[in-house]
Structures are given as structure tokens and as C-alpha cells.
Design a protein around this ligand. Structure first.
Ligand code: FE2
Ligand code: FE2
Length: 195
């Protein structure tokens, strides 16, 4: 890999708060544990996955103005409306940045792109980065501990449990649900029903 972990760490350190930097490092470590469980011994997959996990929030602290400029300068096509896309934008820009600047391949870029909502076409790397972002944290709530335990038994069930729980939370708070999440929930529901 062209960039070492240490090099990538110092790149993101400049771009984000200490809190988010620490989060990024924890997500990387958590992703390493999932790889250990689900693709042990594949060092290339390991190196790629931990880099994607470390860099997943590279665009999270960009200002609205920076986002607007980045989208314009890089000719980024947003296929759905901006408001719906809000939680997705930092994934889309993060993926674009990492593939253009830090030698990420398409697989790595894709797992950054979908790390917030998940998608109905997730690779193993996508699933690991998605879950590591949610479970690679200190002081996990009992629900997240349950999700983490489930995810270490079965990734799809872990994702389903997380999405379901998250949608319940949004509903009680009256926050509108992203249509992508509804599709993803249905997709994983159908998938785990077959287990
Ligand atoms: Fe994020
Ligand atoms: Fe994150």
C-alpha cells in the first residue's frame, strides 16, 4: 500500500477534531477485529479494510462551503436530493478524496461511501466498516453491546439489528427516515429471514 497507517493518521489528524480523530483510530482497530473474525489470514484484505476504516470520516468536518466547493470542483453527481443526501455526503466526498489522493481502490472507496446508511449491495468490507463505525466506540450502550455481540456471530444480523434500532429511535424522535435506510432494512430483513 502506498500510504502507511502512520502517514494516513497524520493526514486526518490535520483535518478533524481530536475527538473524531480518536474515533477514527478506534474504528480502525475495531475493523481489524472484524477482519480477524471474518477473513483471518488475508493480509491484503486486512490492510485495505483498516485503511478504509481509519479514513471513513475524512470529510465529516468539512464546512458547508467546503462541501459545496468540493462537489463543484470535482464534478460530483448527487443522484438524490441534497436534503436526503445529508448523512451520505461525507461518505461520498470521503470516498472520492481517498480514491483520488490516497491510493484507495474502488472496494475501499465504496465502504467509505456507504458507511452511514449501508446499502442493498454491501461487500464484506462495506459491512465491516459500517459496523466498526457503530461498535468501535467506548461506553457502548447495552443495545450496542447486543449489536456488537450479534455482529461477531453474523454480520448481516448485526447490521439488521442496528438499522432496526436506529429507525425506532428516529421514529420516536420524529426525525424523518432516509428512504435508503428503509430499503436497506428491508434488504437485510429478507436476508436474515433465510438464515
Ligand atoms: Fe461518518
Ligand atoms: Fe464515524
Amino acid at each position: 500500500m502506498k500510504y502507511s497507517i502512520e502517514e494516513l493518521k497524520s493526514i486526518i489528524k490535520e483535518l478533524m477534531s481530536e475527538k473524531r480523530y480518536n474515533h477514527s483510530v478506534m474504528v480502525m482497530e475495531e475493523a481489524g477485529k472484524y477482519v480477524e473474525k471474518y477473513k483471518k489470514g488475508d493480509s491484503s484484505f486486512y490492510e485495505k479494510t483498516i485503511r478504509a476504516a481509519l479514513m471513513h470520516d475524512i470529510a465529516k468536518e468539512m464546512s458547508e462551503k467546503e462541501i459545496e466547493e468540493y462537489i463543484k470542483d470535482n464534478n460530483i453527481k448527487l443522484d438524490i436530493s441534497n436534503s436526503i443526501n445529508k448523512p451520505l455526503i461525507h461518505g461520498i466526498i470521503g470516498a472520492d478524496k481517498c480514491t483520488k489522493l490516497y491510493d484507495f481502490d474502488e472496494e475501499m472507496g465504496q465502504s467509505i461511501r456507504w458507511h452511514t446508511t449501508g446499502s442493498t449491495n454491501m461487500s464484506l468490507m462495506d459491512k465491516i466498516v459500517f459496523l466498526a463505525d457503530k461498535t468501535g466506540r467506548t461506553n457502548l450502550s447495552p443495545k450496542l453491546v447486543e449489536i456488537r455481540n450479534k455482529a461477531f456471530e453474523n454480520l448481516d444480523e448485526g447490521i439488521y439489528l442496528y438499522i432496526n434500532n436506529n429507525m425506532e429511535k428516529l421514529k420516536t424522535k420524529g426525525i424523518p427516515i432516509n428512504p435508503i435506510s428503509i430499503d436497506v432494512q428491508k434488504y437485510f430483513y429478507d436476508k436474515i429471514k433465510k438464515i
